[in-house]
Design a protein around this ligand. Sequence first.
Ligand SMILES: [Cu+2]
Length: 510
Amino acid sequence: MAAATVQPQRASLFRHGGCWLLLRCLVGAALSLARVYYYEHGVKQPRNPWHDGPEYITQCPIAPGTNFTYEVQFTTEEGTLWWHAHSDWTRVTVHGAIVILPPERTDGGPYPFTKPDAEEVIVLVFNLRAQLFTHGSAYTTYKVMVEQGKTYLLRIVNAILDVDLFLSVAGHNLTPVGSDASYVKPITSSYIVLSPGQTIDVLLSADRPLGCYYIVGRQYSSNSLSIVDYNHSNVTAILEYRGDYTPSASPPEFPSSTLPIYKGNFAALSFRERIRSLVTGDHPSNVPREVSMRMFVLVSMGVLICPNSSCVGVYGNRMASSMTNFSRMNPTTDILQAYYRQTYRIFILNIDHNFTADDLPLNVSVPTKGRMVKVLNFNESVEIVFQGTNIPDAAETHQMHLHGHSFYVVGSGVGDFDEVNDPKGYNLVDPPYLNTVTVPKSGWAAIRFAANNPGVWFLHCHFEKHLTWGMETVLIVKDGGSASTSILPPPAYMPPCDGEASSLNLVSMV
Ligand SMILES: [Cu+2]
């Protein structure tokens, strides 16, 4: 039985662009059962992967009773990001918003849009009654109080583990002005959609009669109903006008006509198609026009074969997910230390990628377990096309998130990527600049970025179950040949690892 709430901010860290933040993580008794890692989602951390956080990628666990201080440097980010634990599924409750204001001003400006009268941070979570860890207002309906005639900036974070979410406010339009801490062209929409890991900043004008209006989130379910049913509950909060009036005895107005249906594929695609970078003199687009490294990356569900069909997944096997037919497994030490100390070897395995054939090759539905990496030269101009599959009848969206970089989403579509014709439709003018891209169900998404941040950076699906099942890899960006283009030395203390592999064996993914 599920109950759902819209969660107000748990913790917000307000800083200005170009500044540093020290985030001290003390692992005490409350978290003694879990060894944790923290991660500042979307913060680029230039040359400093030591303070990025994901488990066995850039560090080993912070043991109970110990602490580790993260240095967080904000550079180009402006808007809303968030931080969360990055170990197993602990981020379900260990998270909070980060608000990065424009530089040099302390009054919240200058924004490249009409200055709002007030701001509100909303972190979206689903609370299951079966879960022990809930927030303070878990079972109460959250209220956003507004005054008639004023404009509000809602900073919305999707912190849900595995659910894309539609959100609509009864009687009110929403105007996105930023996403993933990058400004976007203002558009007027009656709803938004955002995937786990994504943030959207929207303006809302309180221009309706005094009263109460529901803010409603609803799962956008891209699964096949034959595989997974969707969550039928709605996530609700109330937009309440202040003023001298007698509230109606009736329930608040519900956004019945504007909130998309659960299976609203078209609504999700059409909203995302409208999101474009702002592109002004102060906020230019630097999308790479030429590409020096092109990667085609299959993102797929699959199974690991269990002896005698002894597992509870499909046909008695164990569920898995993969990138380019490899399902990632964690090492016993972290890849960053192995890279920095040069105690690793990279192997190349050739795996057939012909997943579009009618007679599917076994290695697509049964991925190979491996520790994948892709090594990139400094400042390489990279294009990655993520291609979703429908194996085994498990097509759904994937939310591919890259650490250490934001990227331009230059194109996306449904069906198989056409390498001849689809690039002709790329948006190289004002593509959105994000850190998490949603790959449409049974479709593809293309991103471009300059690999200008030396280090070891996690690339993974932000659906937590897919990450756990192996839809993850690592990009290693090599040093650029000078001190200012090289990875920083490690801090004096890094949490120790259980095992120190003399040589870590890795697999090149493409
Ligand atoms: Cu996924």
